[in-house]
Design a protein around this ligand. Structure first.
Ligand code: GUN
Length: 287
């Protein structure tokens, strides 16, 4: 079997064009332009690239972005003060703290300071709680992007055995809730999981997000499994690869996301989608 390659770049572009049209229409109708604030603390090289990409994507669709760069020596108090200012800024509708924060900070405490209404990442306990209770509003960007990809390719997932490898707050945990909501039987594997290959063998759908280059080999997977690769790893030779070994999985899976060009472009698209969602649902009219 040879897998169908899921083209994230193409789908992301389609969704971005829809967002752009909607924002253009808003402006024509006298409605305000959406605004996104990104708080970036420190100097993480990958984060720098991600933040730059977010800024470019915002500009493309007509979202105003404000990037607030803070040095690694900033105090927690100052970060919280910055968030509070954005919470009360009427030109800002979405707020994002670029993760990871430098280790000395209490990430959860800081993230909770973002108003749940401006929580464009969907990480606030209120938003995660709503997803958990089958009533999602703001949804974490990477899992939402993956759900949009599956929908775009009309892949039916109800009843599938879904395995999520990686239990992070950013991807694995909200991904599990999304797939559960979509009717999958979900399992999360993590660094303490024993006999991972037993779970892999049984999975119809695998989402892998562990940051280990080419970790998942195709010979482990069930024939016809759907492979969604969230990993973005740079090898010493400069090549960018995912967490799943593409070539071996390609020969056994039914669908596979490439790296780059699979999940990555969808994550930033979800961010734009969430910013617009906030405007339409919280600020254009009241819930
Ligand atoms: N770092 C890596 N992925 C993400 C994400 O989805 N949101 C934020 N805020 N930081 C990230």
């Amino acid at each position: 079997m040879i897998a169908k390659i899921i083209n994230g770049t193409k789908i992301a572009l389609k969704i971005q064009n829809k967002i752009k049209k909607k924002i253009h229409k808003r402006k024509k109708n006298g409605l305000f332009q959406p605004g996104l604030a990104v708080v970036f603390v420190g100097n993480n090289i990958s984060s720098k690239i991600y933040v730059k990409n977010k800024k470019i994507a915002c500009k493309k669709v007509g979202i105003i972005s404000k990037i607030c760069r803070l040095s690694i020596s900033v105090t927690e108090k100052k970060i919280i003060h910055t968030i509070k200012n954005f919470n009360s800024d009427p030109t800002i509708h979405g707020i994002l703290i670029q993760l990871p924060l430098p280790k000395k900070f209490d990430t959860q405490k800081i993230l909770r300071k973002i108003s749940y209404k401006k929580d464009v990442d969907g990480f606030h306990p209120f938003n995660i709680g709503l997803l958990c209770q089958r009533n999602p509003r703001l949804r974490a960007c990477t899992p939402l992007g993956i759900m949009n990809l599956l929908k775009s390719y009309q892949i039916k997932i109800k009843g599938l055995n879904a395995l999520i490898i990686g239990a992070s707050n950013i991807v694995g945990r909200p991904m599990m809730l999304e797939l559960l909501l979509a009717g999958c039987t979900t399992t999360i594997a993590h660094k303490f999981t024993k006999n991972l290959n037993q779970y892999v063998k049984n999975a119809d759908l695998i989402v892998i997000a562990i940051g280990k280059p080419n970790f998942l080999h195709g010979k482990w997977i069930k024939k016809g499994a759907i492979i969604i690769d969230v990993g973005i790893n740079r090898l010493k030779n400069g090549q960018i690869v995912g967490d799943a070994d593409f070539n071996s999985n390609y020969l056994r899976a039914s669908y596979i996301t490439p790296v780059p060009g699979g999940v990555g472009p969808m994550t930033v698209t979800s961010l734009l989608q969430n910013t617009l969602y906030i405007c339409e649902n919280y600020y254009d009219k009241k819930f």
